[in-house]
Write a protein that binds this ligand. Sequence first.
Ligand SMILES: *[C@@H]1O[C@H](CO)[C@@H](O)[C@H](O)[C@H]1NC(C)=O
Ligand SMILES: *[C@@H]1O[C@H](CO)[C@@H](O)[C@H](O)[C@H]1NC(C)=O
Ligand SMILES: *[C@@H]1O[C@H](CO)[C@@H](O)[C@H](O)[C@H]1NC(C)=O
Ligand SMILES: *[C@@H]1O[C@H](CO)[C@@H](O)[C@H](O)[C@H]1NC(C)=O
Length: 309
Amino acid sequence: MAPSKSNFSITTFFPLTFIVLLNLMISYSFAHPHKGVHPNDVDALQFALNLEHLEADFFLHGSSGKGLEDFAPELVGGGPPPIGASKANLDNLTKDIITEFGFEEVGHLRIIKATVGGFPRPQLDLSPHNFAKIFDDAFGRPLSPPFDPYNSSLNYMLASYVIPYMGILGYVGANPSLNGHKTKRLLAGLLGVEAGQDAVIRSYLFERATEIVHPYNHTVAEFTDRVSKLRNKLANNGVKDEGIVVPLASGAENKTSANVLSADYNSLSYSRTPAEILRVLYGSGSEHTPGGFLPKGGDGKIAKSFLHI
Ligand SMILES: *[C@@H]1O[C@H](CO)[C@@H](O)[C@H](O)[C@H]1NC(C)=O
Ligand SMILES: *[C@@H]1O[C@H](CO)[C@@H](O)[C@H](O)[C@H]1NC(C)=O
Ligand SMILES: *[C@@H]1O[C@H](CO)[C@@H](O)[C@H](O)[C@H]1NC(C)=O
Ligand SMILES: *[C@@H]1O[C@H](CO)[C@@H](O)[C@H](O)[C@H]1NC(C)=O
């Protein structure tokens, strides 16, 4: 009976193993119904939609004169058009960069909304007036004429310096609290591209660090330094933001005044909480007082929880 014994082990052992494995997989998936998208992760990733919407319409309008409704109306969700967005006066290189950034934000909005759901585009203020106020606040006096983000490639890149950096810090801040593998993968992918965009903007400005931003008699480096200091002041939780040229004591290992990337003592990206980010985006220094880029406040559970206090 030796042959039939070996037949038994070949024909029954493998199917049996398969069935046991299948059972394990089924019971695992019932025991962990939301393993990929943990319910606690939803609010943190939805919060990021406020910034991603801001970036999408700023970059799409700046490069093409058209907004999210022209490229991906399903992602607008009936939200109002941004206030004061316009096509910028860009040279070809800058236009290529900003066009790419704009479409990258469309992808980010699509995947965030598909993974954790979301809300319609919030009311955004992308008007020259809003940017002019940021630069006035940064310099502590009204610039004359008022800063116009759409006037030139350099002005547009200086205005862009203001935005994706906040995304990096928000993603770094949200990371430790995420539970699901799918949301962790999503956050890492978003963080990578936001950091890349910020690096492109900063190296563009670093190449021009000593140029004067006409007609203001201030260099590009000084503009970045002023904006970074303003953001530290508004966020009100220490230094987490540095311009493109710094004293050696703030450079990498105290050895460089070049500061193409803004990072901490160990050259790690800084992190910010949603409240810190809202203080900057609102321009008010308070997560309870909307204004600036989000005149009616941010959407989603986190931003709204501050508005109802
Ligand atoms: C910029 O791009 C346009 C359209 O592609 C082209 O006609 C023009 O010559 C380019 N300008 C420069 C300075 O390269
Ligand atoms: C706009 O740009 C031109 C040069 O391209 C410059 O002469 C002018 O001063 C700028 N105006 C503003 C408000 O930035
Ligand atoms: C421009 O700035 C430089 C350096 O701060 C200063 O020496 C110069 O007087 C300024 N020029 C004008 C016209 O304000
Ligand atoms: C940089 O210098 C400061 C003093 O100015 C010191 O406290 C700090 O430890 C130095 N950082 C590094 C990475 O050596």
